[in-house]
Ligand binder design. Sequence first.
Ligand code: PMP
Length: 401
Amino acid sequence: MTVFTPAARVARIKPSPSVAAAARAKELRAAGADLVDMTVGEPDFDTPDSVKQSGIDAILAGDTKYTAVNGTPALREAIRRRIADRTGIEYGDDQISVGGGAKQIIFVALMASVDNDAEVIIPAPYWVSYPDMVLANEGKPVIVECPEADGFKLTPDALERAITDKTRWLILNAPSNPTGAAYSDAELAALAAVLERHPHVWVLTDEIYDEIWFEAGRVSSIVKVAPQLADRTYVVNGVSKTYAMTGWRIGYGVGPRELTAAINKLQSQMSSCPASMSQAAAAAAMTGDQSFIAETVAVYKQRRDIAVEAINAIPGLSCTTPSGAFYLYPNCAGVIGRTTPKGEVIENDLDFVLYLLDSGVAAIHGAAYGLSPHFRISTATSTDLVEEACRRIAAAVAALR
Ligand code: PMP
């Protein structure tokens, strides 16, 4: 019998820990466990009916064929308007890529630009996929820890120290998964000043949570604050989070022409184009009535407030208030070293989330995001479940010795 051996690029990476944790929570619940699942990274809301109808209409109208590799004219126009509105920059058709989610766009952008151990600076805590995407594409992730005391944000000094001759990219993600932290204009300007001294470093800014924003005004973007960096900045976004469209799989990226050409060349050999009916639905979502965003953000904000207050009331835990997205990243330093009712000592954040799992709450340990001791909970469940999860976490911590 022949034994399958995966390619080296597969052996180098691990499956997404958040996808694995969510799958495990689903399994346990299917087996009858009384579990509140706080692992999910997708809106609990359904895609708006009008957007669903646009997808159905597209199918019925025969919109069921390959499209251009960089998307239908309608989707490209929607992307162009959206990005211009957000950044003040007009991107041409040859500066736009569309793919099966922002995830695919980021992967292919790295595939198009990284090899031979090129370094990619990833501020931690980070979205779990970045380091593995870099590794899969023969790059070297350079993790820079951004402690809670710095608001989980990269400082100009830390950026300066991390840059070498081999640095290809800096990845920024704000509002952040897992912390909800975001940079102010002044903070982005200070990072941009460092980058101006290092013209070989490019910036990938993952803005997938930009609309899920709880502060005044809008979350900033480095390409808006520092348009002089536009010729080496790649802006990534998508419809998954904003419009509760995770399953439709549409994400996009805009940036320099040469990079876009390389990405689109790869896409042409990889997938030809994302699903035509999903593109129609995404274009409709981006150009139609936008009230869904304000309605859902109000709910996410209410859940955030409930959860932050509840977690901060638990002795041993503390939580910074997220500015956006739908996650909390509480600090659990105060429970490390304590003992569970079963007599097990909690030595790290993985032990703590396993204890929480026994206590009826599924969360994800901070080590998966590159900064411990923390854990991530998602508030993209119902408000009742957020309250119930917080009660269970409080009871679990109270039972520690
Ligand atoms: N970036 C971040 C930070 C995310 O959290 C996610 C989804 N978990 C993505 C990108 C990918 O989103 P999608 O592929 O659904 O567009």
